[in-house]
Every structure is written in structure tokens, then in C-alpha cells.
Design a protein around this ligand. Structure first.
Ligand code: FUB
Length: 333
């Protein structure tokens, strides 16, 4: 008997279907601009690079932007940015995000620079679907992966960044890189993502980055050994009923979790799981309100029959209870 999952059955039982099937897409960052829903995903390809813990097999080269209509049908608007058009970048166009300010669109993306360090870049366009023109250099002081931009109601924009293993976060302490740094011991506080307010022109950090604290029920930082709850990658922030919700992936335990706070800087207190593990190693999401409902955007590898770097973006409604807790979704229930 084979241990291989029955992908046809999983596809039938799935709570949602891929938004597009002509290309593989992942890491969906969703935003509503001018009433219309846009998704900024990674564009997965098989670059023929062998699997390793560094994620080198995630060899993405460009980005496409999707828009979604009221029937949940997605349109692919083609290539919005290619690595060959980014002067400072060499490879691995990983999970991006976007923001709008004063009619301009800012596309944020991680990539390895020519020294193979992950940095965060920004590219600017006049349309939400691109094309975007990359700035000549990456954002000064940026490092690691998975930028997520949150616009607060006062018009301030904050960027959240960080990812472990291939995302290099474990090699930084106090925002300084050292190749000798490794993951903390299991009883030590877990590694944290960082946050920085963006400058008025949206092209730089307006302040030195600071760490995002995720606390347990006793007010203590989550520990490195708490793999079911501690941060790994895929930051996202949204606001619900005047509270800030910081959500993220736990990586090696494959959960999308969330924590709640009173400020965009945190601290955030762990509140539970949003999504149980999907097919594929990675889990990465975003959350947005659209048409009076709240939606989770996520990905899985059912369409590629389990190929972890060939993923498909999906969306499913999420619900809050009266206390503001998010009901956990089971992707194949
Ligand atoms: O898509 C490449 C990487 O996989 C992302 O940056 C991570 O969040 C994980 O989804």
C-alpha cells in the first residue's frame, strides 16, 4: 500500500480551489485597492535546483499580480517585475507585498543580493497590477525575507519582515549579521520578526527596525522550543475591532497562528491557530476584508500533487467569534 496521499480526494475535500491553474502561485498578499481585490503572490517555478533546508529549490524569477472578481474568478495580469530588471538582486524572488499611497503603487519583495544575502527591495508603478520599476538599491538596513506592509488608520505604513532557515533570520542578533549565529537553544526566547515604519516616500525605513514580541499567556516571550506557537516566517498584520492582529507561520510545524495587540509595534499575545497544516511544507497567508467578509488567502501543493515548491493560491472566508477570536480552518475538512 502506498503512503502517498490521494490528491484527487484531497482536492475534492478542500475548502477552496486554486485561484489560477495555468501557473503556480504562492505566498498570497491580498489588498483591496479602490474597492477591487488584488493578490500579490510569489510565482513558483521548477528551477531544477535540488531540495535543501535553505530552500534553494524555491528558485523564483518574477512576479505576476492577480485580481479577483465577485465570482472569485482570478485574472493574471502578467509579469509585473522580473529579477533581471532589479539591479541589486541575483535570485530567489520570494514572498512579496504591495501598498498604495497617493495613487502610486509600491511593490515590496525579498531577493538575494549579489553577496547572496536576502534583502528587501521596492519597485514603484502607476497601476496596482504593475509593471513596477525597481529602485536601484535595496531598502537600507533591510535583511531576511517576507515583507508585509500594514497601513494604519492614521495613514502610517509599517513593514514587518523575517524568516528562519533559508530566510537567514537566525544569523542576526540586534539586527547585525554574523555567520556564526545559529538558532537559540530551546529554552531561550524564539527569534522574532522585525518592524519598521516606512518613510513618507515609501522607499526606506523611517526608523531603526525593532523586534516584534509575541508573548504567551503569562506575558513571557514565546520560547524557541515552542515550535507549535513560535514565529518562523510569513508575517501579516490586520486590524479588527481596533485591535492589531499579527499572524504568521510556525514553519516546521506548519500552522498559521495569530497574536493580538494594542499597537502596530506589539507586543502581541498568542491567541490561537487560523489554519491547520496544508499539503506542502510551507504555509503562508494574508488576511483582508472584502465585500463585507473577512478572507484568508493561503496556498497549498495539492495541484502539483505535493511538490512543495509548486504551490497554488486559494482563498477562504474566516469568521470571528464575539470575543474577536478567529475560528480555525481545516483545509481539507
Ligand atoms: O516562497 C518562498 C518562501 O516559502 C517564502 O518566502 C516563505 O514564506 C515560504 O512560503
Amino acid at each position: 500500500m502506498s503512503n502517498e496521499p490521494n490528491y484527487q480526494e484531497l482536492a475534492q475535500k478542500a475548502i477552496s480551489q486554486p485561484l489560477v491553474t495555468h501557473i503556480y502561485t504562492a505566498d498570497p498578499s491580498a489588498h483591496v485597492f479602490d474597492g477591487k481585490l488584488y493578490i500579490y503572490p510569489s510565482h513558483d517555478i521548477d528551477a531544477g535546483i535540488p531540495f535543501n533546508d535553505n530552500g534553494d529549490h524555491f528558485g523564483m524569477e518574477d512576479y505576476h499580480v492577480l485580481s479577483v472578481n465577485d465570482q472569485l474568478e482570478a485574472t493574471d495580469h502578467g509579469v509585473a517585475l522580473h529579477v533581471k530588471d532589479v539591479p541589486w538582486a541575483s535570485r530567489q524572488m520570494w514572498a512579496p507585498d504591495a501598498a498604495e499611497k497617493s495613487g502610486k503603487y509600491y511593490f515590496y519583495f525579498p531577493a538575494r543580493d549579489h553577496e547572496q544575502m536576502f534583502r528587501i527591495g521596492v519597485a514603484v508603478g502607476d497601476s496596482p497590477v504593475g509593471p513596477f520599476i525597481a529602485q536601484p538599491d535595496y531598502i537600507k538596513g533591510s535583511y531576511s525575507i517576507d515583507p508585509a506592509v500594514f497601513k494604519d488608520e492614521d495613514g502610517s505604513y509599517y513593514m514587518y519582515v523575517g524568516g528562519i532557515w533559508g530566510g537567514q533570520l537566525q544569523q542576526y542578533r540586534d539586527h547585525e549579521w554574523n555567520a556564526k549565529h545559529e538558532l537559540p537553544a530551546k529554552e531561550e526566547p524564539a527569534l522574532r520578526p522585525y518592524v519598521a515604519k516606512l518613510s513618507d516616500d515609501m522607499l526606506e525605513f523611517a526608523e531603526p527596525p525593532r523586534y516584534v514580541d509575541i508573548l504567551d499567556e503569562n506575558g513571557d516571550l514565546l520560547l524557541e522550543g515552542d515550535n507549535d506557537r513560535r514565529f518562523f516566517e510569513a508575517s501579516w498584520v490586520h486590524k479588527y475591532n481596533d485591535k492589531y492582529y499579527f499572524s504568521y507561520s510556525t514553519g516546521d510545524t506548519h500552522y498559521i497562528c495569530y497574536a493580538i495587540g494594542d499597537s502596530p509595534y506589539g507586543p502581541f499575545t498568542y491567541a490561537g491557530r487560523i489554519l491547520e497544516p496544508v499539503i506542502g511544507w510551507t504555509s503562508h497567508h494574508s488576511i483582508a476584508e472584502w465585500k463585507g467578509k473577512w478572507w484568508l488567502f493561503y496556498h497549498d501543493s495539492v495541484l502539483s500533487e505535493g511538490v512543495t515548491h509548486l504551490r497554488s493560491v486559494k482563498m477562504a472566508e474566516i469568521r470571528y467569534d464575539a470575543a474577536g477570536r478567529i475560528e480555525t480552518l481545516k483545509p481539507y475538512s
